[in-house]
Design a protein around this ligand. Structure first.
Ligand code: GLA
Length: 452
């Protein structure tokens, strides 16, 4: 979690014309102040990341990257020190190709000779500067060559002996620029802590919806590879900029958290309304995002010609062998009044990625028998999900007898509205969950098993 310059400040380098909005050291120092002093750090945001356009246009005679002399006169070590003094971490930006996307020096020397690169050189320099994270872009490199070159940057960083969170972009270029190529996500997991898979977010509702739609279209591919230490990155939160309404901003926050996405804000923290800041600092939502199981929540049911979509994510706490669940209802209608959206609880929960949750629980807590876990008393009676030793999902049919038993016992969940939009009555597993949702809006609730 953190803040990154790109979506809001892009490649603004004219500091005479835009003294407060240009990419210079003052900007990053001020954002670090805001992160530390305005309550963002307290709820988990900790990285301040530079994006493109930070360096001189040419390397030095000794082939080193040089921070732009007029915009970063004190250099990167000094900026890193300042950011660290606030208890925050410092991220920088590079590119696996011959130039960054905006045409600045990057880490590859030539596309003809792929052995020729600045990976070790620059990793050492970044480590010397006190860098804690690298966004590693993929412009100016043939997407088909990325997988044979870019992962080597992770080894260079390892050799430089300063731990850095690495955010990669080549899966995005493979998926979007040469869609016939399918990225090897196991390789991405080995070399990157997160990776982009879709177009750059922009400050608009259509941009948010395009990310939502693409993500849903590949959710079955994402979920198995997404988890602690290696995340799919749907790009920055644009909450607090110019375009999104409060409802739309809540949608972005809710879905990014349902996905356990990296939460990097791309906004101006010096100039943000309290309402938007509160969405970004909502601890209930952040807890969903940061849930230890790190399961990628799925869109499991649609209604009203696709206008109503229900998302489910299994989360902690685990009670009697059953996870809790976070459910989000998205209302995509742009006409009319708020709608009552209704889905059957069992229908939603039985489609949730519970096997992944079991697997994750087993690895997070070193439980040797994940299948047993979710077959514990209480859970098996209605979910009938389990896993074999080799992590295959088994779904057993619910016998008539069991079904009756469940119905009689009427398993109940306590429901908490995570945006605090009002009291939600406890929900029966055999019942419906109805929530009134604004147009272009979302409701998000957490269901925790009631004890009786
Ligand atoms: C690409 C990336 C963006 C940003 C720009 C910088 O478009 O996807 O996130 O880093 O490059 O030029």
């Amino acid at each position: 979690m953190g803040w990154i310059a790109w979506e809001r400040f892009t490649c603004t380098i004219d500091c005479d014309l835009y003294p407060n909005d240009c990419v210079n050291e003052k900007l990053f120092r001020q954002m670090a102040d805001r992160l530390a002093e305005d309550g963002y750090k307290k709820v988990g945001y900790q990285y301040i990341n530079i994006d493109d356009c930070w360096s001189e246009k040419e390397r030095s005679e000794s082939m080193q990257l040089v921070p732009d002399k007029s915009r970063f006169p004190q250099g990167m070590s000094s900026l890193a020190e300042y950011i660290h003094s606030k208890g925050l971490k410092f991220g920088i930006y590079g590119d696996c190709g011959t130039k960054t996307c905006a045409g600045y020096p990057a880490q590859l020397k030539s596309e003809q000779d792929l052995q020729e690169n600045y990976f070790d050189n620059d990793a050492n320099l970044f480590a010397e500067w006190g860098v804690d994270s690298l966004k590693f872009d993929g412009c100016n490199l043939e997407a088909g060559k990325a997988e044979s070159i870019c992962p080597r940057m992770a080894s260079a960083i390892e050799k430089a002996r300063r731990p850095m969170v690495v955010i990669c972009e080549w899966p995005f270029y493979m998926l979007r620029r040469q869609p016939k190529l399918s990225p090897n996500y196991t390789l991405a997991q080995q070399a990157c802590n997160a990776w982009r898979y879709f177009d750059d977010v922009e400050d608009s509702w259509p941009s948010i919806l395009s990310i939502v739609d693409f993500t849903i279209s590949m959710q079955q591919n994402i979920a198995p590879y997404h988890g602690p230490g290696h995340w799919f990155d749907p790009d920055q939160l644009v909450i607090g900029n110019f375009a999104l309404s409060v409802d739309e901003a809540r949608v972005q926050m809710a879905l990014w958290c349902i996905w356990s996405a990296p939460l990097y804000m791309g906004n101006d923290l010096r100039d943000i309304s309290t309402e938007m800041a509160n969405i970004l600092k909502n601890v209930n939502l952040i807890n969903v995002d940061q849930d230890a199981l790190g399961v990628f929540g799925l869109m499991v049911k649609e209604d009203n010609n696709g206008n109503f979509q229900a998302f489910v994510k299994p989360v902690e706490p685990i009670k009697n062998g059953c996870p809790s669940f976070v459910i989000a209802y998205l209302n995509r209608k742009t006409l009319g009044n708020p709608s009552d959206v209704t889905f059957n609880t069992r229908d939603l929960l039985s489609r949730s990625p519970i096997a992944l949750a079991a697997q994750r629980y087993a690895s997070v807590y070193s439980n040797s028998n994940p299948g047993g876990l979710f077959l514990a008393d209480g859970c098996k009676k209605f979910l009938q999900y389990g896993m074999t030793k080799d992590s295959r999902l088994i779904i057993k049919s619910v016998t008539q007898e069991r079904r009756q038993e469940v119905e009689e016992k009427s398993i109940m969940y306590e429901a908490t509205d995570l945006f605090g939009d009002g009291h939600v009555e406890p929900v029966a597993l055999n019942g419906n969950l109805t929530l009134r949702v604004n147009p272009s809006g979302v409701r998000i609730v957490k269901l925790t098993l009631l004890d009786n």
